[in-house]
Design a binder for this molecule. Structure first.
Ligand code: HEM
Length: 361
């Protein structure tokens, strides 16, 4: 790893601490094969190591971060399912479903949908906690990964509390809107974490000229405008999550038009950004190839998302299409982040240190 102050030096695999080896029988073989390795930090018999016993390889950690990202993306869709099936107040209390009753009634569909979404929060919580734990056990350890994964835990805690207040507020539109927007921030954090975990530490330079990076920042900012205006449309429209919930009093056609105009400006800046990036960075270099791959994906996602947006608007926002549009918004956000993050070059993922021939025996 290059120039990262948080890095922990790698331990050659051949260096064994026999005091740890004595208890090695307790570690299932499968765990070894997925690269969780028992820490063998000291060479001398009986020496006490202050470092954790378990280590996570850089490659395994990368998958841990991908799992956290996927969980965070899925919960946005399950959350939308709650809203779109009108199950927002399926459970009227929090954290229990009903006062004095933790589980939802099996025959109450709305309560079940809301309750299962809450349960999925458990999966997400586990995923982000594993991301933090993994960052602490990762070999080599990197401070940036720990901070980014702690950001995920903070965001999930914020969502749990916010979700509670959203139910207590009887789904006030600004609360529902905030709930989505916190998720968007969480997804952006997770995207940065995945990108960093897939590479080896501090940046080594820009893959594009500075003005292209500035354009890309403008593209990211405009994607935020698209997402925020989208949540305003949602919270003005009919899909509140409960038929009695208060709505924003805006004219739905006007807010949808503002949302669509924001999409057009965003798309124009996005295309200009990609054009400049492609022109400055040839496809023959790895950064250029990555930019083209991710840029192509961004174009496909935005075109599909905009098409769904128009169709759902002109067909009276059918719940299924709205659900797909919510999923599309997640994909758009991730695709934008993917392009933006590809503008900075980072060294490849740290490889395990080559074992000295003598240590292998
Ligand atoms: C890059 C393209 C687009 C993105 C990223 C995007 C994003 C979003 C987001 C984040 C929401 C709110 C979801 C929620 O709060 O659960 C939303 C809602 C909405 N969007 Fe878009 N959108 C895009 C394009 C469009 C276009 C072109 C239209 C056409 C008018 C459109 C129409 C709508 C409508 C009608 C809603 C409200 C649906 C509902 O009732 O919940 N979108 N969009």
């Amino acid at each position: 790893m290059v120039g990262d102050p948080g890095a922990t030096p790698e331990i050659p695999d051949g260096v064994r601490d026999r005091s740890i080896g004595r208890r090695d029988w307790g570690i299932p073989l499968a765990l070894r094969t997925i690269n969780i390795v028992a820490s063998q930090m000291t060479a001398s018999k009986g020496a006490r190591s202050t470092r954790p016993r378990w280590r996570v390889s850089a490659r395994l950690y990368r998958w841990v971060t991908v799992a956290a990202l996927v969980a965070l993306a899925v919960i946005v869709v399950t959350g939308a399912a709650v809203r779109l099936t009108g199950s927002g107040l399926g459970c009227t209390d929090w954290p229990t479903c009903e006062e004095g009753q933790f589980f939802a009634e099996l025959d109450n569909v709305h309560a079940m949908v809301e309750f299962l979404n809450r349960m999925f929060t458990g999966v997400v919580s586990l995923a982000v906690m594993l991301a933090v734990l993994g960052s602490l056990l990762r070999l080599p350890r990197r401070r940036d990964l720990t901070w980014l994964s702690l950001g995920l835990v903070a965001g999930v805690l914020a969502q749990i509390v916010w979700g509670g207040f959203t139910v207590w507020s009887k789904l006030r539109p600004e609360m529902v809107m905030g709930h989505y927007l916190i998720s968007a921030v969480l997804l952006a954090d997770a995207a940065v974490l995945v990108q960093r975990a897939a590479t080896g530490g501090a940046p080594i330079g820009l893959a594009v000229p500075k003005k292209v990076l500035t354009m890309s920042r403008a593209m990211v900012a405009l994607s935020v405008v698209v997402i925020v205006t989208g949540t305003v449309v949602t919270n003005t429209g009919p899909h509140a999550g409960d038929e009695n919930a208060v709505r924003f009093s805006f004219d739905i056609t006007s807010v949808a038009r503002i949302h669509a105009i924001a999409v057009m400006v965003f798309a124009a800046v996005g295309i200009a950004t990609l054009y400049l990036a492609y022109r400055s960075t040839p496809a023959s270099v790895p950064a250029g190839a990555t930019l083209r791959r991710r840029g192509g994906l961004l174009v496909v996602v935005v075109v599909a998302q905009a098409a769904i947006g128009y169709v759902q608007f002109f067909t009276g926002v059918p719940a299924t299409l709205v659900g797909i549009h919510v999923f599309g918004s997640v994909l758009t956000l991730l695709a934008v982040m993917g392009v933006h993050l590809a503008m900075v070059e980072r060294p490849p993922l740290e490889e395990p240190a080559p074992q000295p021939a003598a240590a292998r025996t």
